[in-house]
Every structure is written in C-alpha cells, then in structure tokens.
Design a protein around this ligand. Sequence first.
Ligand SMILES: [Zn+2]
Length: 417
Amino acid sequence: MSLRFQIEGNAGNARAGRLITPHGEVETPVFMPVGTVASVKGVPQDVLEELGVQILLGNTYHLYLRPGVETVRLLGGLHGFMAWPRAILTDSGGFQVFSLNDLRKVTEEGVTFRSHLDGSTHFFSPESAMEAQIGLGADIIMAFDECTEYPADRDRARASMDLTLRWAERSKKYFEKHKHEAPWASTEHVGTAAPGCPAERSSAGLSPAGSRTLNSATGSRAGEGARATQSLFGIIQGGMDRELRRESAERTMEIGFPGYAIGGLSVGEPRELTREIVESTLEHLPADQPRYLMGVGTPEEIVEYAALGVDMMDCVLPTRAARHGLLFTSEGKVSIKQARYAQDQGALDPNCACRVCRRYSRAYLRHLYAANEVLAQVLNTIHNLSFYLDTMRRVRHSIQLGEESRFLSNVWSRPKP
Ligand SMILES: [Zn+2]
C-alpha cells in the first residue's frame, strides 16, 4: 500500500478527503504549488511548510535537463535533494515537451525534442519518462501522454487519444517492473523515514500522526511494514470531444491506476468549454479514487472545479502572476505596479492573515516592485500562494460542513477585519 485515499465529507459533487502518501498526508481538495526545477521560485521550503503546503509539483522535463535525473537520484531523490520531507508529484515531461518545443518529432516509440537550454537533442518514451520519474522519486508520478493541441479535429483527437492509451499501458508495464527502485523505496518501509530524506533535519518531518496513519493503512507495526513505493496515475485525453473523453476514461480505467488525471485542458480553449469537458469527464471516473485536474486555474476556477468533484489541482498562475506584480486578493486582482498604490498605507489584502499582509503596506510592495527588488518577487509569491491555500482551506471546510447550496458564496464571504 503506497497511496490511500479516504473521503471524509461530501457536498453535492464535491468531496473533502485525505490522500495518504509515503511522505505524509495531503488534505483534499488540494492546490499543489509548482516547483518547476525543485524550487517554488522565490520561496524557501521552510516558508512553504509554514504556509501549510502538503504536496509540491516538480517538472520532469526541466529536472531531466538540469541538474539531471542521476544527480537528483544520487542525492536521495527530490525529497533529499531539495530538503522537502512532504509529498511530491512529478509530471511525465510530456506537457513541456509539447509546449516548449517547436521542433519535436512524435512517433509510436516516443518524442524526440530539442532542449530549450542548449538545443541538444533528447528522446522521451513512456519507458524513459518512467525511468526519469522513478529516479526523481516523487510520491505520485504520471503516465507519459501526448497533450492534444487545441484546436484539433476529431480524427486528430482520436489518434492522439489512442497513442496516449498505448503509452499508458507501456508506462504502467515499465513502472510495475521498476517501482521499487525509487531512491527511498529500496530501503524504506512505510512509516519510517527514508535515508536521504531530510525529515530528521527538518522541523516538519514525517509527523508521528502521519506515521501512525501509514502503519494503520497497511495494518502493520513500525519496522515490519510493507515496502512503500511510488504511485502512478493515468491521464485522460480526448481533446474537446465529450465522447472521446468518455472512451479515454473507460479505457484508461481498464488499464488500472490508483488515481486519474484530466489532461489536455487549459490549452487555449474557452473557459466554458474547459468546465464542460471537466464536468463530463468526471462523471466517468471512479468515485473512490483521487481525481487530478492538470494545469488550472484562477482562484474562482479552482473553487468551481473543487465543487465539481476535482481533488487535486496545480497551476503556475499564482507564482508566475506574483512575479509580474499581479496579486489575488479577497477584493479582486491587484496590479501592485500601479502608481495609485505609491502612498497606500493599507495592507495588500485586509482579509488575508498571511505574513506579508500582516506586515507590509501596499506602498512598500509597490516600491519593491518598481525598484525591481528580489524581495518583491518573494513577498508577492508568498501572498499569492497563501491566498490559494487559504481558499482551498475554506473549500474543504465548506465541504465538511456539507454546505452544498452555499458552497461558492461561502468560500468567498470573508470575515471583515
Ligand atoms: Zn496575504
């Protein structure tokens, strides 16, 4: 048993639950900050822990190119390398290969692509993408898929979906054979800290509570538990075609995975279409397994998708927008670069209790941004992440109270200071 998912509350289609991984528990629905190259740009790991981040996302494509999988593996996998004792998910590399490479070449075997760093040629197949993700050692890894472009006609979407299904089978086959080779899996038993894992050095290592739950999950006592391994999720494709999405879901479930992701969305299609495809795809996914919607979205959207029954989401938006001075607040978006904030003594968001809003004025944040200070990126990112995480905490609370009808309004009605 390497992953367990338990649902603890429902409100309409929404579910609140708990994902138990070899590196701790994750409360769902969860927003996963993106740490592209083993770093959430501008925010140290101890601050992420303090913000309550329970799971981070790493990008296989970027880590494969720099510093390289072998380096990360030798240093204990991502957990050891970046000193992050909590859960990690890596993507398969497929999305970046497709979005960052105009010169890619796709065959049945895999994808040939050029590095965006130095132009060198590389090849990803389902097998090599699994090998890379096993070396990186995230708790949850993703099958290698082709992200269908938008727009795509039905024949193209079907061919792409079929390819993704064949790649999913190959991904699973390779993974099942090699899943005990993760940097921590060979020696770690469920419920004990892994060598190379910085848990003992960290103030927030595997908690005693987490260890207990992991042990009870396998019904074993510490020291004699089953071996923990990584878990591989399948990815649903099918373009913007509801029928293809249904078929992709059914055939991916036939292959069989402990969790399912909806991929190929937020690729330029209108928002209403994203929502429609998400909603119709969710109907075909098993109710008792985690559902991961890849690459979304705004604060309003993540609330909406959680209401539809999505358990996991990730997006670069809060961190990337922060670096461009775009901040999400309970009163709407704030572009901190604007001159109107030059002498504004107020907090960035009067309803936010994050360390940035408690301490600094809009005027100061505006000054840091205008002066191009590194601190601007750090503080802006911390606030935006806080806002997203806080939003998801409200969503979970609301679901646990079973407040279906007032779900959205509840999340957004913030206490006045
Ligand atoms: Zn704040």
